[in-house]
Ligand binder design. Structure first.
Ligand code: ATP
Ligand code: PRP
Length: 209
């Protein structure tokens, strides 16, 4: 049995066509079902439905053999403990700094609100900027508006959320997409099954390119 960890919402929507090409259709609709383990039309594959940020943890500990997670989440988790064999090129966006429109220069000692604490720390340190990082779990765009921070580090896609809140994108930290991650022991123990799935995903991605 192969267990694949995915998160509800955008990643699930985007990875469904890939899973379907591999003959994996969940039997219950994850949008309506409260089940956290979903059987699929392939008797050798089950899906577990977890928070996006928890995917690397489940895969690292072998609670799932494979997982699909954003590069943003993997950077923050530290991906050394996982194999990352494939860029699935889904849920694409950019990890960026953003500030209020009227802030022309980022101060030398900057307060940064983000849920990407580790990544932000590394980014500002690499640029020689002294940053005080304030950990938030969401709605980062609010922080500069209420004086909590000068700057945010967050994901940007259309830019609509920034715009709606009077912020603008500044520096690109990294282009983000979702990756297939694999537990290291499972890669050895279930090599044939996992490799077959990777090859199938590769075929589907090649057709899209
Ligand atoms: P959690 O539920 O664990 O807090 P989350 O709310 O960030 O996570 P999603 O919003 O579904 O979960 O995002 C999952 C992944 O999708 C992110 O890790 C990122 O890689 C990608 N993503 C997030 N926002 C966007 C966006 N606006 N456009 C495209 N991809 C995005
Ligand atoms: C993400 C991200 C930004 C927004 C960017 O939030 O945290 O707020 O998308 O997308 P845009 O540039 O197209 O506006 P999401 O929609 O996932 O909401 P959440 O963080 O509250 O889950």
């Amino acid at each position: 049995m192969l267990t694949i960890a995915v998160s509800k919402g955008r990643i699930f929507e985007d990875c469904m066509p890939l899973l379907e090409e591999a003959g994996i259709f969940p039997i219950d609709d994850p949008k309506t079902s409260r089940k956290l383990i979903l059987d699929t039309t392939r008797s050798d594959v089950q899906l577990i439905i977890i928070r996006a940020t928890d995917v690397p943890t489940f895969v690292e500990y072998g609670a799932a053999d494979l997982g699909i997670a954003g590069k943003d989440v993997l950077l923050e988790h530290g991906a050394e403990s996982l194999y990352e064999p494939l860029d699935l090129k889904i849920a694409c966006c950019r990890l960026m700094t953003a500030t209020p429109k009227d802030l022309f220069e980022i101060p030398k000692r900057v307060r940064v609100a983000t849920k990407y604490v580790k990544t932000a720390q590394q980014y500002f340190a690499s640029r020689g900027i002294q940053a005080e990082i304030i950990k938030l779990y969401g709605s980062m765009e609010l922080a500069p508006l209420v004086g909590l921070a000068d700057c945010i580090v967050d994901l940007v896609d259309t830019g609509n959320t920034l715009k709606a809140n009077g912020l603008e994108p500044r520096d690109l930290i990294m282009n983000i997409s979702s990756r297939l991650v694999v537990n290291k022991a499972a890669m050895k123990m279930k090599h044939a099954e996992i490799q077959a799935l990777i090859e199938q995903f590769k075929l589907t991605l090649a057709k899209r390119a």
